[in-house]
Design a protein around this ligand. Structure first.
Ligand code: PGA
Ligand code: ZN
Length: 426
């Protein structure tokens, strides 16, 4: 079998927020077929690759992706027809050359990514390998043990993902001290449900936000931490031993550029970067917090550097995670590693737009000794590609939302499946 690409087709489907996105199907000459769907962010970084939207206000409020689908169905289909699907790097390069722009604004990063991922899936099927193994072998990674990532469960939602009124976007729990994936996920689920009971008892809403975490209208950020600690205890787990806390501030969304200040709601306080860092340090000392993502604005490189230095001077060992700062882009990552702005990175396929560029970014981050967190987007589909990606690169963590909403659980269920598959091979 030659595994040549016969046809690539994209169509519009809806994501978890009910907005259009692309689902791409690749068909090979030997009848093998594979699909992939593209996620979409809400708190997107300014420097992400371009997500092509139609802008026709009469359809889906301008969010249609028919142009991006057409780019797949015509231009990309034509140029990739006859290529061997297992030449993933070549396939991605052909699309990059065809697009010819830094931001992928000709074809759309969403169009390119859908094809890139569907080809990887088809390649895995064609070579009879699980996707994580196929990715690792295609990029010659040495992930011989295929380490499973620890999930970061986002059980309380704020920022642009919910109307809870909390400035901080994500409150996550990471079951680092629990051994197997099955038990890590069980712990997450039990804590999620005990948090629900606590919220109900206190008369709070138990409605959920975009990533499946609760979104109650709380009085302060410390109340959010205290509620989560209560939930961990009520579920019978030990905070600081089995379960640790992590936040994604997504600080761009409460940064006021004109004043160079951050407005923290619901407390309604205005903080310069120094005072915001001091507040983070207070939380680090008080709570079993292991990770702060996008604690500061994406353009304020010096402030990031300063935060790293301050933590070091107080001997606070933490993950300082770059997401919007680095946007899975090697140029930005290089600057961040050279200036020691962070020590961990969020990896999101659609921030950059091809599997190959994503792998290059992971490699550079790993070489710099940074921790790797593979991540979903707030707008998702039931596609579970990122679970395999996280295992392929030996990621330290996988961020895929809470313990509710099918598009979040698809990723966690896939991790349990991989664990079972790995165990049965031992
Ligand atoms: P987004 O949020 O997908 O809305 O950008 C996720 C994140 O900031 O990590
Ligand atoms: Zn983030």
């Amino acid at each position: 079998m030659l595994n040549k690409i016969k046809k690539i087709q994209a169509r519009e489907v809806l994501d978890s927020r009910g907005n259009p996105t692309l689902k791409v199907e690749v068909v090979l000459d030997n009848k093998i077929k594979a699909t992939a769907s593209v996620p979409s962010g809400a708190s997107t970084g300014e420097f992400e690759a371009l997500e092509m939207r139609d802008g026709d206000i009469k359809r889906y409020n301008g969010k249609g992706v028919l142009k991006a689908c057409e780019n797949v169905n015509k231009k990309i289909n034509k140029i990739l027809k006859g290529e061997t699907v297992t030449n993933q790097k070549k396939i991605d390069k052909i699309m990059l050359d065809l697009d010819g722009t830094e931001s992928k604004s000709n074809l759309g990063a969403n169009a390119i990514l859908g094809v890139s991922l569907a080809c990887a899936r088809a390649g895995a099927i064609a070579t009879n390998k699980p996707l994580y193994k196929y990715i690792a072998t295609s990029y010659k990674l040495q992930a011989t043990s295929y380490k499973l990532p620890t999930p970061m469960f986002n059980i309380l939602n704020g920022g642009k993902h919910a109307d809870s009124g909390l400035a901080i976007q994500e409150f996550m729990i990471a079951p680092i001290g629990i051994k197997t994936m099955k038990e890590k996920i069980r712990a997450g689920s039990e804590i999620f449900h005990s948090l629900k009971k606590i919220l109900l008892n206190r008369g709070y809403s138990t409605g959920i936000g975009d990533e499946g975490g609760f979104a109650p209208k709380l009085e302060s950020h410390t109340e959010a931490f205290d509620l989560i600690l209560g939930a961990i205890k009520k579920a019978g787990y030990q905070a600081g031993k089995e379960i640790f806390l992590a936040i994604d501030a997504a600080a761009n969304s409460f940064f006021i550029p004109e004043d160079n200040k951050y407005i923290l709601k619901p407390e309604n306080i205005s903080l310069d970067y120094n005072r915001l860092i001091a507040l983070y340090m207070e939380w680090i000392k008080k709570y079993p917090l292991i990770s702060i993502e996008d604690g500061l604005n994406e353009n304020n490189w010096d402030d990031w550097e300063e935060m790293m230095k301050k933590l070091k001077s107080e001997n606070l060992r933490m993950m300082i995670v770059a997401d919007d700062l680095t946007v899975t882009n090697v140029t930005r990552l290089k600057k961040a590693t050279e200036n020691k702005c962070a020590n961990a990175i969020i990896i999101k396929l659609n921030q950059i737009g091809t599997l190959t560029e994503t792998m290059e970014c992971v490699k550079m981050a790993q070489e710099a000794g940074w921790k790797i967190i593979v991540s979903h987007r707030s707008g998702e589909t039931c596609d579970d590609f990122i679970a395999d990606l996280a295992v392929a690169v030996g990621a330290d963590f996988l961020k895929a939302g809470s313990l509710s909403r099918g598009e979040r659980l698809a990723k966690y269920n896939r991790l349990m499946e991989i664990e079972k598959e790995k165990l049965s091979h031992c």
